[in-house]
Design a protein around this ligand. Structure first.
Ligand SMILES: *[C@@H]1O[C@H](CO)[C@@H](O)[C@H](O)[C@H]1NC(C)=O
Ligand SMILES: *[C@@H]1O[C@H](CO)[C@@H](O)[C@H](O)[C@H]1NC(C)=O
Ligand SMILES: *[C@@H]1O[C@H](CO)[C@@H](O)[C@H](O)[C@H]1NC(C)=O
Ligand SMILES: *[C@@H]1O[C@H](CO)[C@@H](O)[C@H](O)[C@H]1NC(C)=O
Ligand SMILES: *[C@@H]1O[C@H](CO)[C@@H](O)[C@H](O)[C@H]1NC(C)=O
Ligand SMILES: *[C@@H]1O[C@H](CO)[C@@H](O)[C@H](O)[C@H]1NC(C)=O
Ligand SMILES: [Zn+2]
Length: 636
């Protein structure tokens, strides 16, 4: 997903207040009843003029496993009304009659419990529900949107889904946790004049009556509930809906050439990078669809990425839309990467949400840069992502990328993980790993991680194992510490750099960077810090392989220049790693007159924008600001 701030950001404050209110309740489903297949029928737009309700029917194939006695089945639902419930055994016989008035619902946990008169033996069962639900207006679950068609002036309706984070339960009773992956078979009943699209290929449509049709979709790969999606609308497709297509309202058809072209390039590039072609993941089709109302820039439902209209709809021949097109490219690169990072391989619980979004945000910039280098998104990344998140991550209200699983339980705690820490800091950390390991080692690790966990769920260690396996032999560092320091701890270090002995020696110390040391933050956190540098003796700004690490137990790192003293030194080249640098006054002064700075390409940094700030001056920029910000506690 991208653009979480549109809705979630506003709610975050409130959400935080609610954390812990229901500390006693158990929010997690047990593992005794495991779903594998949902057969779901949704009947919508009974009254096409104003769609407000839908009828649903779902049969869930479940497996009863383990040794615990199963005397009830608990799953999720929210704001749907159950009319009937049934339970069949593997031969299709009723196990016991279930009186739907006996079902219980707990509002805090959004759990629905089906009581059983006798315990279930291990084995396969089918749990079914007939229910009704609301087509909502709050852009959660199944919701409605509308627009006025230009030529006719008619108001057109569409029904759209957004299941992330935990809104699938607004559309059907389900085991709504990301690790309960299952296959889905969907039937949509809709009026004539509309079409339904979903994650997978439309198999066929059958007539239910003169003006109502049933669209039958191919079974999905095993995936998390939050990735199910469908839309009922009037659509026109550019491309081949059995392979790759952009779907919009008919009057936008001529405005989707650009996004169609970007999509084709992006998919081909990921196919090559990950060496696991999209279609080989288990779903032949990839559709990009748009909605005039949508809570995010895009949502990565497997096979049906839904975007806000403004992401995909561009005037043809529009040449001055420089940043506009950049936006389209970035969001497409982001959402499409989720087909691998998120859809095929999914975090096992919301506390590890960054396993999706750190990579999506990283590729949003760096895959976009590979394909459209004219936007220099590699350099923009530092300004727009790293420097932005540096502020968030330097105050007490920040959070670690990885939270303990037990601390993320309630719906509002899950919402708390949808933070720019998961996205922007996550992407900075991913970038640091790739810089430190080298691109080839990193890409190999990523391919193996994606391959090994195809259709599975992961925790950070599943990723770390592959990074460590591909760690370059000449990089001496405790990889576990390096990987966990930046993901399990909050914040980041500032390296404090002093020259000594007439510039024959440079000392480097670390201290956590904080905007206000009295705000309750832990100032003593330490990190395993990779150090890169250039000097006037070796003015190489391109080699991002660390020359040395600042290991946590060491107080002072010494860089010595015995043969010849340096005039100047720059650390953290291209701000390739996640930290700031503070130079002492003499070093700082020498940087300001360093000849490399006086070359034309480095001049006027604040006007030319990202180039200079990323290659060189970000260290300076931050040296300046850290000097100011830390003036109470540290003076140069
Ligand atoms: C799924 O449900 C539909 C509608 O109830 C039914 O026609 C179809 O046979 C079911 N498919 C499977 C595989 O159970
Ligand atoms: C299902 O239930 C019926 C009726 O109780 C029984 O005859 C049948 O053996 C059961 N099938 C399985 C697979 O347990
Ligand atoms: C669309 O894709 C399908 C599946 O790959 C293919 O069989 C069909 O020929 C394509 N249609 C067109 C018009 O290219
Ligand atoms: C799209 O462009 C074609 C050719 O310029 C034009 O004939 C057609 O009317 C346009 N369609 C729409 C929906 O604007
Ligand atoms: C670095 O410089 C600061 C301020 O000039 C000084 O307080 C500190 O002791 C120096 N550290 C080293 C290791 O020289
Ligand atoms: C700082 O953050 C911690 C952890 O979230 C919290 O427990 C503490 O109350 C905060 N301190 C202040 C002064 O806000
Ligand atoms: Zn995303």
């Amino acid at each position: 997903m991208n653009g979480w701030g549109k809705r979630t950001g506003l709610r975050l404050g409130l959400a935080l207040l609610l954390i812990g209110v229901c500390a006693g309740a158990d929010y997690r489903l047990g593992g005794s009843v495991v779903p594998s297949f949902y057969n779901l029928t949704i009947d919508v737009l009974s009254n096409a003029d104003e769609p407000t309700v839908f009828n649903g029917e779902v049969s869930i194939a479940v497996q009863v496993v383990g040794t615990a006695e199963v005397r009830q089945i608990t799953l999720h639902k929210d704001a749907i009304d159950i009319e009937e419930c049934w339970l069949y055994n593997e031969s299709g016989d009723q196990v016991q009659p279930i009186d739907s008035s006996q079902l219980t619902y707990e509002e805090a946990t959004q759990q629905l419990t089906v009581p059983l008169s006798q315990a279930l033996a291990n084995g396969a069962y089918t749990l079914g529900f007939k229910y009704t639900g609301k087509i909502r207006t709050d852009m959660a679950g199944l919701f409605s949107a509308s627009y006025v068609e230009q030529d006719t002036g008619k108001t057109k309706w569409l029904a759209v889904t957004q299941m992330q984070r935990i809104n699938a339960r607004l559309v059907f009773p389900c085991f709504d946790e990301p690790a309960f992956k299952a296959q889905f078979q969907l039937q949509i009943v809709r009026p004539s004049g509309y079409e339904a699209i979903s994650n997978t290929k439309l198999l066929y449509s059958s007539a239910e009556s003169k003006d109502r049709f049933v669209d039958h979709f191919e079974v999905t790969p095993a995936m998390s509930t939050y990735l199910l999606a469908f839309i009922i609308a009037e659509y026109t497709a550019r491309g081949n809906v059995s392979e790759f297509a952009v779907l919009t309202r008919p009057e936008f058809y001529n405005k989707t050439e650009f996004s169609f072209q970007v999509g084709q390039r992006v998919v081909a590039a990921y196919d090559e990078l990950f060496q696991q072609p999209y279609a080989s993941l288990g779903n032949d089709v990839l559709q990009y669809a748009t909605s005039p109302r949508f809570p995010h820039n895009g949502m990565e439902n497997w096979g049906l990425i839904i975007y806000s209209d403004d992401v995909l709809v561009k005037e043809p021949g529009y040449t001055d839309g420089w940043s506009d097109k950049e936006f389209t490219i970035r969001i497409i690169a982001h959402e499409t990467s989720h087909m691998w990072f998120g859809d095929s391989v999914t975090f096992s619980w919301w506390s590890y949400f960054w396993l999706n979004e750190a990579f999506a945000r990283y590729y949003e910039y760096f895959m976009a840069h590979q394909l459209y280098p004219e936007y220099r998104l590699d350099e923009q990344f530092v300004v727009r992502q790293m420097q932005l998140i540096f502020a968030t991550d330097a105050v007490n209200s920040t959070q670690p990328m990885t939270s303990p699983e037990a601390s993320i339980q309630t719906p509002s705690q899950i919402g708390y993980k949808f933070s720019s820490i998961a996205y922007a800091k996550g992407a900075c950390i991913v970038r640091m790993w790739r810089n430190v390991m080298g691109a080839n080692n990193f890409d190999t690790a990523i391919r193996n991680y994606l391959k090994q966990n195809h259709l599975g769920n992961t925790r950070p260690n599943d990723l770390f194992n592959h990074l460590i396996k591909n760690w370059p032999a000449d990089q001496y560092v405790n990889q576990e510490h390096f990987l966990s320091d930046f993901t399990e701890q909050v914040g980041y270090p500032m390296l404090i750099v002093n020259a000594s002995r007439n510039n024959h020696v440079v000392y480097v110390e670390q201290q956590r960077f904080l905007l206000n040391r009295g705000d309750g933050s832990d100032p003593d956190l330490r990190y395993t810090v990779p150090i890169t540098y250039a000097t006037n003796l070796a003015p190489d700004f391109e080699n991002l392989t660390p020359k040395i690490y600042h290991h946590k137990p060491v107080n002072l790192v010494e860089l010595s220049f015995e043969e010849e003293a340096i005039d100047w030194i720059v650390l953290n080249l291209k701000q390739s790693n996640y930290y700031r640098v503070l130079y002492d006054k003499p070093l700082w002064d020498s940087l300001q007159v360093a000849p490399v700075l006086l070359q034309p390409q480095w001049r006027a940094p604040w006007r030319t924008g990202p180039r200079l700030s990323t290659i060189f001056s970000t260290s300076l920029v931050w040296a300046t600001s850290t000097t100011r910000m830390c003036s109470n506690s540290w003076s140069t």
